[in-house]
Design a protein around this ligand. Sequence first.
Ligand SMILES: Cc1cc2nc3c(=O)[nH]c(=O)nc-3n(C[C@H](O)[C@H](O)[C@H](O)COP(=O)(O)OP(=O)(O)OC[C@H]3O[C@@H](n4cnc5c(N)ncnc54)[C@H](O)[C@@H]3O)c2cc1C
Length: 243
Amino acid sequence: MEHTLLTARLTRSEIISEKTKHLEFVVEELADFDFIPGQFVSVREPRGEKTITRAYSIASPPRGNNTFDLCLNRVDEGFMSNFLCDRAVGETARFHGPHGLFVLKPEVEDVVFVATGTGVAPFRSMAQRLFGRDGSGVDRHNGRKIWLVYGTRYAEDVYYQKEFEELAASEPDFHYTATLSRPSDDWKGGRGYVQEHLRQIVGERKDLHVYICGLNEMVNATRKLLVEELGWDKKRVIYERYD
Ligand SMILES: Cc1cc2nc3c(=O)[nH]c(=O)nc-3n(C[C@H](O)[C@H](O)[C@H](O)COP(=O)(O)OP(=O)(O)OC[C@H]3O[C@@H](n4cnc5c(N)ncnc54)[C@H](O)[C@@H]3O)c2cc1C
């Protein structure tokens, strides 16, 4: 199927860790770029004779205008991640979308978001939308409890930490744990892998939805814990794999 290609012009580029950038774009052809939190865009660029297409989760909520954000990790030797991270403000990239089914289910039930690395991007979009941090001020969380468990190796790689901590401080129904697999002695957050924290949050419960996003290894380990070890219905475990 031929997709309509759109032009994203970079308006802001911020380094958020050694290999990661927060990028903000405007879509030139549209007044309103609408999508559902959790969806991704497909960036397409020529490389020699070929055309390369890569998916990137939208890291912002729909704001009723033509903007969107990405959270981009440079992959060693990777083509598209470096192409995008090397864009200067004012330069463009071509993309199609939004695409994807990794979106919140309509049932009003408590949810746990589990992410590693840039897998936090769709959850930033969802959380901002649910708690009216999308410019609308409209609260859409309907009394659900929402946990975000975010895992990475080192403290420098906890993206959007301040934003999530502020959200948790002002919203009693939003709970945030950043956990490090290689913490320094002075780290005050969680320690160990995301699965250990998830296990504590769910306890004996099986009535939540768990959304998982990140690299395959973490996604598989988390699904295995819930479905095989704790006996969850696999329909309650929704995931997006980045590799
Ligand atoms: C639905 C979806 C959403 C995604 N959202 C994001 C996002 O928000 N932010 C983001 O940074 N990435 C995201 N990705 C990953 C992204 O699509 C690319 O796979 C990644 O940027 C690497 O592409 P590349 O062209 O730079 O590397 P390539 O040239 O494709 O790969 C170079 C080498 O890196 C390995 N590799 C490929 N992907 C990864 C990876 N993700 N991590 C580590 N090694 C890898 C390959 O095996 C290969 O050896 C998402 C992927 C999917 C499927």
